[in-house]
Design a binder for this molecule. Structure first.
Ligand code: NAD
Ligand code: DAU
Length: 361
């Protein structure tokens, strides 16, 4: 049975990936989820896999060399899928250090531990071992409004935010291990994900949550920045396919050609929520475009991201399955049906975070 070590599995994409993998492989695989449970890590995301014999959760920091080495010593790990990171651009602007710590040093710790466990005396690596580093399209910087410009795997790195600079640094470390040691790895650079279990600091769940509470819907700048949205399950599928069918040492961009201006996303959410809410629901009356509030722009705000997914389509055969129209409705329904989940993640420090980021904007 193949054993996966998933880092950051209690976060948004990591938990969706774990669900996807158990749905696909059921008892053919074993997953060890290593997560330190920051504000973004939530074991509620994994309630339905907790009882499985082939699932283990270990609370550990990816920067803790001893703890990570011990996991490799005690388990014969076949695959590492490395999600764990600080992931929010706005937080990185306020507090960059933790991004360097987790995203750069944490990745170095994971690489060293895997190398130590998998390397043979002659410097080659045990057969079949693979490390996948989950990264972002933000490492490529920003495109302008030319609709024919895209991020390719060959696009030079040009990160702008402390978040994207830390992810670019971690990508470079993985590339250095592949080049220097022939360390068996891949990198995936994906566009913006949306779907269930996303923390409401990110645009889509934040807007859904505020809209249902009748609160202002903060739109940065002119609202015309473009993001390329992908349903999270399609990202999970891409990661699995790259590990199974991709060429080792290669980078694959992941995206579904679904560019939208932020203001369009916000209006779509309002429209769908209004359709879904009963006429008798008092939340419906308050919900309109009047809630949209243009606020001070994000510092260094990247204008446009757009992925060219040609390589992953051609070499790996990956195609996205969930189109935006269907995915956004599914996502909104999920947040509707999981109000308790939202209440739990917005209790505690969330209000403090929200005031700090939005009160004087
Ligand atoms: P997230 O913030 O929802 O989850 C991050 C997880 O990592 C959390 O469970 C957190 O507890 C854990 N973590 C943080 N620091 C840790 C540490 N030191 N040790 C162990 N665990 C730690 O993030 P996400 O949106 O699910 O993103 C996951 C990965 O995918 C990140 O590497 C991110 O850069 C990348 N990515 C995200 C997107 C997106 O749209 N969200 C797109 C492309 C790539
Ligand atoms: O492109 C991939 C990246 O997508 C990932 O690497 C990051 O981890 C992930 O957080 C995401 O980054 P973005 O900065 O694009 O996502 P966010 O949801 O924070 O913002 C999306 C867009 O919406 C962006 O242009 C900023 C804008 N925005 C965001 C928030 C939170 C607003 O206008 N208002 C808001 O309140």
């Amino acid at each position: 049975m193949r054993t996966y070590l998933v880092t950051g599995g209690a976060g948004f994409i990591g938990s969706n990936y774990i669900h996807y993998m158990f749905k696909k492989y059921d008892n053919e695989i074993r997953i060890i989820n290593v997560d330190v449970l920051t504000y973004a890590g939530n074991l509620e995301n994994l309630r339905d896999v907790e009882g499985r014999d082939n699932y283990t959760f270990i609370k550990a920091d990816i920067c803790d060399r001893d703890a990570i080495n011990k996991i490799f010593e005690e388990n014969d790990i076949d695959r590492v899928v490395h999600f764990a990171a600080e992931s929010h651009v706005d937080r990185s602007i306020v507090n960059p250090e933790v991004f360097v710590q987790t995203n750069v040093l944490g990745t170095a710790t994971m690489l060293n531990a895997a190398k130590k466990a998998w390397e043979l005396p002659d410097g080659s690596f045990k057969e079949g071992k693979k490390f996948l580093h989950v990264s972002t399209d933000e490492v490529y910087g920003s495109l302008d409004d030319d609709p024919n410009a895209y991020f390719y795997e060959t696009t030079p790195y040009s990160p702008h935010s402390p978040y994207s600079a830390s992810k670019a640094s971690s990508d470079m470390l993985v590339k250095a291990y592949m080049d220097t040691y022939k360390f068996p790895a891949n990198i995936t650079n994906c566009s913006n994900n949306y779907g269930p279990y996303q923390f409401p600091e990110k645009l889509i769940p934040l807007i859904i949550n505020n809209a249902l509470a009748g609160k202002d819907l903060p739109v940065y700048g002119d609202g015309k920045n473009v993001r390329d949205w992908l349903y999270v399950e399609d990202h999970a599928k891409a990661i699995d396919m790259v590990q199974e069918k991709g060429r080792l040492f290669e980078t694959y961009n992941v995206g579904g050609h679904n560019e939208k201006q932020n203001i369009e996303i916000v209006k779509t959410i309002i429209d769908i929520l209004r359709e879904e809410l009963d006429d008798s629901d008092p939340r419906k009356e308050k919900l309109s475009y009047d809630l949209i509030k243009y606020v001070t722009d994000r510092k260094g705000h990247d204008r446009r991201y757009a992925i060219a997914p040609d390589k992953i389509k051609k070499e790996v055969g990956w195609e996205p399955e969930t189109m935006f129209k269907e995915g956004i409705r599914k996502t909104i329904k999920w947040y509707f049906e999981n109000t308790e989940w939202m209440e739990h993640v917005t209790s505690g420090d969330y209000e403090k975070y929200y005031s700090k980021m939005y009160d004087n904007r």
